[in-house]
Design a protein around this ligand. Structure first.
Ligand SMILES: [Mn+2]
Length: 345
């Protein structure tokens, strides 16, 4: 019989701390198309391990660049873009990565015998690590990293605090999502006391918006469709929309929040063409467009991660996503049916 969940969680945390203490050489990685929490927890962990005197590198492949402009101010300490030659000697630390199968570059690091430390807050984390510290109650992975610092004897520098705050701010929806807890605010208080400039970070992350992002939003809002008395609201952005707006793929971030906020919405979906390096639509071998679908729930009854998993994706109850080559009409039909199933209709 396995141990009860809280005990298992405490054991995993102890195992993680012991493994981090023990390791001399590490490589820190996160999920594909990293967001604010992925980058914030990644950078903070890299800084913490380096501060503790360890030889740590931060691995992000070239294909991920340019990173979203709003996180550019953080810098990438110890960044490498090819697997380290001494990979076999390094402990792998995965941050904010719920499913290793969706990150081929990171999965390629997992050579036989690799020590894999999996630190995450996705409730559907596939527990691919040799140590799995998964805390689904945490508002962000940065909150978990922050919670480890005391036990590791790490000092909260302004640079670490800034990276952690970006993770906290972005993954908690500026302290507005359900996952925001007293602990999230205690963390924020400690980060502010450590010297971060809250307003400056807000400006960097949420303002300083390239005009192309506004132009892309306008296109997204012009393609909105509503179904089933507005319970489902969907929009799409094609490769042509990105090109027409001169927008990078990350500029679609935030469009879905406008959809979710509409009255009567139960689930919002944004469907985007995946772009190849030239900005053209990525195609399957039989010529279909590969699309990324982001889902947001605005109703507690709905678990959008379960809907995303039906097509090979995943995420959180209120925010999830998947990739598909379904055409628009069957895709909308799938979303409508999946939502009705969730609502028990
Ligand atoms: Mn996260």
């Amino acid at each position: 019989m396995s141990a009860p969940a809280p005990l298992r969680a405490a054991l995993a945390r102890d195992q993680l701390i012991a493994a981090l203490r023990e390791a001399d050489k590490l490589v820190v990685v996160t999920h594909e198309h990293p967001d604010g929490d992925a980058l914030g927890s990644l950078i903070a962990t890299q800084l913490i391990l380096t501060q503790l005197g360890k030889d740590s590198v931060l691995y992000i492949v070239d294909g991920e660049f340019p990173l979203p402009y709003e996180y550019g101010f953080l810098g990438l300490p110890g960044h490498i873009s090819a697997p380290p030659t001494d990979l076999a000697e390094r402990t792998l630390v995965f941050l904010d990565c719920g499913n290793i199968d969706r990150n081929p570059a990171a999965a390629a690091l997992c050579i036989p015998g690799a020590k894999i430390l999996n630190v995450d807050h996705h409730h559907d984390n596939t527990r691919f690590g040799t140590v799995n510290h998964v805390d689904a109650e945490a508002s962000c992975t940065a909150e978990i990293v922050w919670g480890l610092m005391g036990a590791l004897g790490a000092e909260l520098t302004p640079q670490i605090a800034e990276a952690l705050y970006v993770g906290l701010l972005t993954d908690s929806g500026s302290f507005n999502y359900d996952s925001t807890s007293p602990r999230s605010h205690l963390m924020a208080a400690e980060l502010i006391a450590a010297g971060i400039e809250v307003h400056r970070i807000y400006r960097r992350v949420y303002e300083d918006v390239p005009y192309a992002k506004l132009a892309l939003l306008a296109r997204g809002l012009s393609r909105v469709e509503r179904y089933d008395d507005g319970r489902l609201i969907v929009s799409q952005l094609s490769a042509e929309d990105f090109a027409g707006a001169a927008a990078e793929s990350s500029y679609s971030e935030g469009v879905i929040d406008h959809l979710r906020a509409v009255r009567d919405t139960v689930m919002a979906a944004l469907v985007r063409d995946r772009l190849d390096p030239t900005g053209a639509a990525e195609l399957t071998s039989d010529g279909a467009r590969v699309r990324k679908v982001s889902l947001r729930a605005s109703d507690d009854r709905v678990d959008v991660s379960a809907i995303a998993r039906e097509l090979g994706g995943g995420g959180h109850r209120a925010a999830a996503g998947f990739t598909t080559s379904l055409a628009w009409e069957p895709l909308v039909a799938f979303l409508r049916a999946a939502l009705e199933r969730q609502l028990g209709a």
